[in-house]
Unconditional design. Structure first.
Length: 282
């Protein structure tokens, strides 16, 4: 098992089943939470961004199935997930931010599973839905939190190489898998790059930067490319120090994508939970 799969707990394809209503993963809950890639927003200051009806219940069934958070028009569903993973989804946390969040949570918030359903009168895009989930979690779990600034954190900037990038923009004609990332010659299934499970046609540079964070010793990677489109990605590398069969991550990014991973030291923020309680009654 490579470092990439170890971080994600390597879900086997046989453990996955789908139906028209939800995506279900059978077996131990996996940190699907590492797939998302954006900066988070605080729990406060959301105004009226809330659901009209919301149900939060402790998952008491003996099954170990869970469904990833899903926003459909006017509805949010999450099944058998701990608070740590719900917060990570709602705030689009990077892997380093998730680890910091988990360290500030009590054990039950990392282990106990919950079923959540919420409805709104009007459909909301996913970004708005996440704000509404933030509000719902904050209210029901009585969360108090703050953002903590970390200064001088080692990380990387993802930039376009001096000779220009080699990326192929995604087109309307591209309908199949457009993301192929190999670590030590092993490729993760294409549908594991997004939730609900579906073929990933391409990636933005922000998504790629977050994906690369998994392979940099958990040092954050920040997108500084200035590229806004979605691109097809084909990348093969090794994270082992002595592996002549494959190039290093930095070399592969430069030679295969025309991008650069530049080491840097900068500031970042982590979400710290000051207090949290088991949920209030519905």
């Amino acid at each position: 098992m490579g470092e990439h799969d170890a971080i994600r707990l390597a879900l086997h394809p046989a453990m996955i089943a789908t139906n028209p209503m939800r995506t279900v993963i059978r077996g131990n809950r996996a940190p699907w939470l590492l797939y998302l890639a954006m900066w988070a927003l605080p729990l406060t200051g959301l105004g009226q961004a809330s659901f009209d009806v919301g149900s939060v219940k402790r998952h008491t069934a003996q099954d170990r199935d869970f469904s990833a958070p899903t926003c459909t028009p006017g509805r949010f569903i999450a099944h058998a997930l701990p608070v740590s993973e719900l917060l990570t989804w709602a705030y689009d946390l990077r892997v380093d931010q998730f680890l910091a969040l988990a360290s500030s949570l009590p054990p039950w918030a990392r282990l106990d599973a919950y079923d959540i359903e919420a409805k709104a009168d009007k459909p909301a895009p996913e970004a708005q839905c996440k704000l509404m989930v933030q509000q719902l979690l904050g209210d029901r779990f009585r969360i108090k939190s703050h953002w903590k600034k970390l200064v001088g954190v080692p990380g990387y900037e993802l930039r376009v190489a001096p000779k220009g990038h080699k990326l192929k923009p995604l087109t309307l004609a591209d309908t199949g898998c457009g993301v192929h990332i190999f670590q030590q010659g092993q490729e993760r299934p294409c549908d594991r790059y997004q939730w609900p499970l579906a073929t990933k046609r391409g990636m933005t540079m922000k998504e790629l930067a977050k994906e690369l964070t998994l392979f940099t010793g958990r040092s954050p990677v920040f997108d500084k490319t200035g590229l806004d489109a979605e691109y097809k990605i084909n990348l093969s590398f090794t994270t082992r120090s002595n592996d002549p069969q494959y190039p290093s991550l930095e070399t592969a990014v430069k030679e295969q994508l025309g991008l650069e991973l530049r080491r840097m030291t900068g500031d970042t923020e982590i979400l710290v939970i000051d207090s949290i309680s088991t949920p209030t009654a519905n």
